[in-house]
Design a protein around this ligand. Structure first.
Ligand code: ZN
Length: 150
């Protein structure tokens, strides 16, 4: 049995490199922890437009809504915004771009580009490795168990 690390929103997920290697696939580890980039056009979410939420594959934190995803021929999944506070950004060491990471576990997601004129509400494009995220389908009302809502 594997135990799942439970995280409270806003808390920082800290694992050693060994612990990350244990929970991530080699490809996930390379991208999330070593700031790798998947081969353009290979990501499973590039042309994926189901309704739901994309979560960090490292720590399950919700990062992007499917409604913020847009179709662009860049070779990676593109979003115009993430959940507030879910994503950190910092300049690349070479100053060429802006890296985006999961705010909770510091996993590398991809890069954000501004002012490209795609006509999105933010005029930003979060260029995200599909390897870094995991899709959770929206619960359809027919499948929702009859629970009282608070
Ligand atoms: Zn994360």
């Amino acid at each position: 049995m594997t135990t799942t690390t439970t995280t409270t929103p806003g808390s920082l997920v800290k694992k050693t490199e060994e612990e990350w290697r244990a929970v991530l696939s080699p490809e996930q580890f390379k991208i999330l922890r070593e700031r790798g980039t998947e081969t353009p056009g290979t990501g499973e979410y590039n042309k994926f437009f189901e309704e739901g939420i994309f979560c960090c594959v490292g720590c399950n934190t919700p990062l992007y809504k499917s409604s913020a995803k847009f179709n662009v021929e860049c070779g990676w999944a593109a979003f115009y915004e993430g959940f507030p506070g879910a994503i950190n950004r910092r300049p690349d060491p070479d100053g060429e771009g802006t890296e985006i990471t999961c705010a909770a576990c510091d996993g590398h997601l991809g890069h954000v580009h501004k002012g490209e004129g795609y006509g999105t509400p933010t005029d930003e494009r979060h260029c995200v490795n599909s390897v870094s995220i995991k899709f959770n389908p929206a619960k359809s009302s027919s499948e929702t168990p009859p629970e009282e809502t608070s």
